[in-house]
Design a binder for this molecule. Sequence first.
Ligand code: FES
Length: 127
Amino acid sequence: TRVEYLNYDAVADHGWEIDDPDLFEAASSADLDHADYGVFLAEPGETLLEAAEHRGFAWPFACRGGACANCAVAVVEGELDSTVDNVLTDDLVERGFRLSCIGRPVSETLRVIYNVKHLPGLDDLRL
Ligand code: FES
């Protein structure tokens, strides 16, 4: 899976909105640090968090078991399967939020905003 990622901090710093359809285009032309924006390939079987870590990135996490939401990402394009998610409300799942510690990429391409744990609605989920 080709994973295009963007740090929510960069979104907030630039005053962008996570539901802006041109967000990733704006990010790719904004000369962001490689840690904040870029592309990596996830291998089959890796969770999204593992895939990021195996490629040298330090994305937020705590429990690694689907119980806290520190690792939450917003999926803008593509699919992450996370069948054992006990933390995110149906409303958040509906809006594309997933847990990267248990979510495995299942689409050919994926666009995700990581580090979204401070977004309203997510910050009060943390244990
Ligand atoms: Fe706790 Fe993913 S690290 S839910």
